[in-house]
Design a protein. Sequence first.
Length: 190
Amino acid sequence: MLNHQSRHSNMPANLEEKINIVKAAITSHPDFPKKGVIFRDIFGALLQPAAFAALRDVLVAHARQLSPRPDAVVALDARGFLFGPLIALELGVPLVPVRKRGKLPGAVRSVQYQLEYGQDTFEMQDGSISKGQNVLIVDDLLATGGTMSAACQLVSEAGGTVLGCLVIIELAELGGRQKVPAPVTTLLEF
């Protein structure tokens, strides 16, 4: 089972090789979106079919390791939507989108979370997570931990259990992992 401090140790060599393929495809953009920030762009891996396939394989392998098995995959707005469906489809479980306020139709459950400068709101459709369901939350990046923590809160309030949070890139110096009330697994740390 993955633990709260898990990065990707104890991984078979072929998965480690695939992570290296993904890492090589990620591009870095200095001073974006503001001066002093180095933006790590996962889209570089999506531009290369071999890197995208390697990324899919690693994400699915991590999800399959979870015990108990996930009953649903929650994908976070917006880049989590690129990876959550791949995992959900491979596991044969529902995909539940968590979006910014006002983007989902019907009755929704909402939670506010802190941004670097202000607040935002995440929403999830009522009834998309059932009481007792085991859930895997997926996103591309863990920075300050606000969005991941908010998603954990939404799942918990709906009666689900967060088995873990799976992210591709972690910006470790921002300490977001400490804010997330569930086990976090990252593939790459910058």
